[in-house]
Design a protein around this ligand. Structure first.
Ligand code: AMP
Ligand code: GLY
Length: 422
């Protein structure tokens, strides 16, 4: 069959790499793709923000499954447009993608269906929000309701910080995404990510991961899209995983059906393991980046078959198999990221790195310039390794990083420290 993957990051490279290995595949395309994806798929320059253009292109190229990587086209209804045109697509409709598109919607759903999450209020008015902070009398987190490219969350240590965040967001710091805000209880505990394929009320667990959001070693410095990840997350014991499925994931799938917003695709729960049990921090309606780069290499079953089963609603028929290995991904980014950075420096040693045991190098912001791979973004590579445990995966991944010659790039040297200690 012919498949189109939408997106251009490391997540989409991992999806293309997995799908490319499927015996069901005839031809794989990726729009727009990147310099590394070009090895697994034909990259096509297609305006993926234009739903009609994507539909037309899929018709011309006889696409039988579209896999949408990022949240923006999902929230903008790309899956709806494809389905209306009779083109199967993996991912939620806009009505279901609201789980990520509106934090206020997600919080109200949790309240209505008794899904454990931080106590919260939703506000359009600054004085009401500040009242809430005063009455709460504890640390709070202030969040823009809508999509803000991962930047719309402020962890506030003091009431003064909370008031400043409330004023800034309601004054338009994040544009329309911050017309409404959520103010919520500041939870403490260990954070883990959990993934499940969902079709209506059908739920198929897809594993756990932990990522490193801060740019610097020791989890310091500004937040980024993610500087590394590993899977599975040792903190999520089988008992906790069962609790997450029964108290959070399954009730959400059921609630979305009841609300007339049945979910299809991958549900990515950001969780806090608190002293009183796992609580939902946020939902994403797509795979994580770089979490996808550590989930896909652990999957023994055929990825394309599994994604199709989610799209078709036959998740109960899937024979899910996983390698018992740990996967660990180190993100190499351009110096300066998450601030300003230069583009187009050449990257060497990629082939030598990829030959090391257990290693796969996923590309994010790269372009192919003849035989040369050049940096073309902030997060540039996801150097991933499988190992029998976190320690081995970490050693293999850093050996691969050290085989790559890219003086204009950097990475953290402590990815996976928690898992190695576990
Ligand atoms: P979100 O986009 O809502 O997941 O928030 C981004 C990050 O902020 C999360 O991954 C957490 O590290 C942190 N965070 C969000 N909400 C809370 C909360 N209620 N308590 C503590 N940390 C939070
Ligand atoms: N790594 C976090 C995310 O993809 O949202």
């Amino acid at each position: 069959m012919n498949v189109l993957v939408v997106g251009s990051g490391g997540r989409e490279h991992a999806l293309c790499w997995g799908i490319a290995a499927s015996p069901l595949l005839e031809k794989l395309y990726c729009a727009p793709g990147n310099g590394g994806i070009a090895a697994d798929a034909e990259c096509v320059s297609l305006d993926t923000a234009n739903n009609d253009a994507v539909v037309r292109w899929c018709r011309t190229n006889k696409i039988e499954l579209v896999v949408v990587g990022p949240e923006v086209p999902l929230v903008a209804g790309l899956v709806d447009a494809l389905r209306d045109a009779g083109i199967p697509a993996f991912g939620p409709t806009a009505k279901a993608a609201i789980l990520e598109g509106s934090k206020a919607f997600m919080k109200d759903l949790c309240a209505k269906y008794d899904i454990p999450t931080a106590a919260y209020g939703r506000f359009r008015d600054a004085s009401a929000a500040k009242d809430y902070v005063r009455k709460a009398g504890t640390r709070v987190v202030v969040k823009a309701d809508g999509l803000a490219a991962g930047k719309g969350v402020r962890m506030c240590e003091t009431a003064a910080e909370a008031e400043a965040a409330i004023d800034a967001m309601l004054a338009g710091e994040f544009g329309a995404a911050g017309t409404e805000i959520v103010v919520e209880e500041y939870l403490t505990g260990e954070e883990v990510s959990y993934f499940a394929l969902v079709h209506g009320e059908q739920v198929l667990p897809f594993g756990s991961a932990q990522d490193h959001k801060r740019v610097g070693d020791g989890d310091t410095g500004p937040n980024t899209g993610g500087m590394g990840a590993y899977s599975p997350a040792p903190a999520l014991t089988p008992a906790l995983e069962a609790q997450v499925l029964e108290t959070i994931i399954r009730p959400t799938a059921k609630a979305m059906v009841r609300e007339g917003r049945p979910f299809t695709g991958v549900l990515f729960a950001g969780l806090m393991l608190t002293a009183t049990g796992p609580k939902l921090l946020e939902y994403n309606v797509r795979f994580g980046d770089p979490e996808c780069q550590v989930l896909v290499p652990r999957l023994k079953s055929d990825l394309l078959t599994v994604l199709m089963a989610a799209q078709q609603g036959i998740l109960n028929k899937v024979d899910m198999r996983w390698y018992t290995d740990t996967a660990l991904c180190i993100v190499m980014a351009a110096k300066g990221y998450p601030g300003a950075y230069a583009k187009s420096s050449p990257i060497g040693g990629l082939e030598a790195a990829a030959k090391l045991p257990g290693v796969t190098v996923f590309h994010a912001g790269t372009t192919k310039d003849g035989a040369t791979i050049r940096a073309n973004g902030g997060r540039v590579l996801g150097v991933t390794a499988l190992g029998k445990d976190a320690r081995e995966a970490q050693a293999r991944a850093y050996a691969a990083v050290d085989a790559i010659q890219w003086p204009e790039g950097f990475c953290r040297r402590d990815i996976g420290w928690r898992a190695v200690l576990a």
